[in-house]
Design a protein around this ligand. Structure first.
Ligand code: F6P
Length: 468
């Protein structure tokens, strides 16, 4: 069986004692590597002035975790600059927040070339390569330049906007156009896939009978929708167990019988946290019977803390949280608990199970695994209610069970919150069952297998347009 080589910006290297950091991307990649031998290559998360030209390798089971350090200039230009101040906002439809600088694009290209140089030394002819996320878009191009004809797939964990928005990215052809060097490019939803299909069409790639296959410069690239799932059964088990721990029981006790609304999001403007807090404020104002009967716990770990838009968001949210508590709170009731801490997956599973309502209301999100994990964590006999934005990728799968909202409409979200808090048990059970049926069918293993299977078949190679 061929090896799987995974490449992503961050790598969840297992810690001593068997524990690994496990965000959405890490859980997904681990599922892909679980039953295979392979390598996971990426950035160590460290900055050094003289990075070694050899990766640091950790062996666990049949997997090699290989990581390199980056220089300060790489970190600033590639990660803080082009990836997170240009690609991230544009792909999340926030062209207004993009700050393009040529030096940052050079840094992005330089780090992608550096990754290609390292990965090139690892690759064997029958390895299958799977590249993840917006940090690494041109990687296949640089591997092809080095003569690697392996099957190479790319999966975008975040949204893909329509071509009219992509056009706002200076030199987009060099970056997004270079995705045509992969054999398979996967997206979270059909609408993301179709947006990219329209983009490829504008660049001269000709679709044949199958609208998801493009012939570009003598290569075939296939595009597809592969919605990321979760480890549904394992997460449900974890939540059952965590719900019984002293930690989670203590949290529940501290609510003194009040209902719990929960929000869990990395600090990011795409998550719509201010809009959500406005809606909670509107609920407390327009439905005063809920005052002192509900607590909102908003858990918001920080990342990308050097990027100005994130610094601004951090300030705004702290101010907003203080304002809500100052206006509505009492000596014995804090309406909003705003916490910038990172919790373990087990603790989060327990919090989800303890909650009556989850607010997952991004302005734009590739998938949003909090929505899926919240649903999986519920007690089927007495489940909580998911309030979900129509702009999360998860909406395509969970709209049958969640209360769907438009995060731009405060009154609509406040009304959905009230409905969720008042929802009778029968309706909660029915909605939960509908979501669980989807989550069990389309779990993380099914996601990894279906992508790898689609990546495997050999390509036929008619010649047409030139790849940038
Ligand atoms: O899912 C999008 C993503 O950017 C992942 O690639 C990344 O691991 C995660 O969000 C967290 O972002 P960061 O690595 O910038 O903290």
């Amino acid at each position: 069986m061929s090896r799987l080589i995974v490449v992503s910006n961050r790598v969840a290297v297992p810690q001593a004692g068997g524990k690994a950091a496990a965000g959405g991307l890490a859980v997904a990649v681990n599922a892909a590597l679980k039953d295979r031998s392979g390598v996971w290559f990426g950035w160590s998360g460290r900055i050094t002035e003289e990075p070694s030209d050899r990766p640091v390798v950790t062996n666990r089971n049949r997997i090699k975790y290989a990581v390199i350090d980056l220089k300060e200039a790489d970190f600033q230009e590639y990660y803080n600059g082009f990836a997170n101040r240009v690609l991230w906002p544009i792909l999340h439809y926030r062209v207004d927040l993009a700050e393009f600088q040529r030096a940052d694009l050079s840094g992005y290209v330089r780090v992608n070339r550096l990754f290609a140089e390292h990965v090139s030394k690892i690759i064997q002819p029958d390895d299958v390569i799977w590249v993840h996320d917006y940090h690494m878009m041109p990687l296949a191009k640089y591997l092809r330049e080095r003569g690697h004809a392996n099957r190479i797939g790319f999966f975008l964990h975040i949204p893909m906007p329509p071509p009219e928005l992509i056009a706002a990215l200076p030199r987009h052809g060099e970056i997004l156009g270079s995705l045509a060097h992969y054999d398979l490019v996967g997206f979270q939803t059909e609408s993301d896939r179709d947006n990219f299909g329209r983009y490829l069409s504008t660049r001269g790639g000709q679709a044949g009978a199958d609208p998801n296959i493009f012939d570009i410069a003598g290569r075939q690239v296939r595009i597809g929708a592969f919605p990321v799932g979760i480890e549904t059964e394992a997460f449900a088990r974890r939540a059952r167990h965590a719900g019984r721990t002293n930690y989670v029981r203590g949290f529940r006790r501290s609510l003194a019988g009040r209902k719990l609304i929960i929000g869990v999001d990395r600090l990011d403007y795409s998550k719509g946290i201010p809009h959500r807090l406005e809606a909670y404020e509107a609920l407390l104002r327009t439905s005063p019977e809920w005052q002192d009967r509900v607590t909102f716990a908003q858990i918001t770990p920080k990342s990308r803390i050097e990027v100005p838009e994130y610094i601004e968001m951090d300030r705004f949210l702290s101010h907003k949280a203080g304002q809500i508590n100052g206006t509505f709170g009492d000596v014995s009731w804090t309406p909003l608990r705003y916490v910038n801490k990172t919790y373990s997956r087990s603790a989060l599973a327990g919090f989800y199970r303890a909650a009556d309502v989850a607010m997952v209301t991004p302005l734009r999100d590739g998938m949003n695994l909090v929505a899926k994990e919240f649903a999986a964590a519920q007690d089927p006999e007495n489940p909580g209610v998911l309030v979900l934005s129509q702009f999360a990728g998860a909406a395509a799968e969970l709209s049958g069970g969640a209360l769907m909202v438009n995060p731009h409409e405060t009154e609509g979200m406040a009304a959905a919150l009230k409905r969720a808090l008042d929802m009778p048990l029968d309706e909660r059970r029915e909605r939960h069952e509908r979501m669980m049926a989807v989550l069990l069918r389309q779990d993380i293993d099914q996601w990894a297998e279906s992508f790898i299977e689609a990546l495997m078949p050999p390509a036929v190679k008619p010649v047409t347009a030139a790849i940038p």
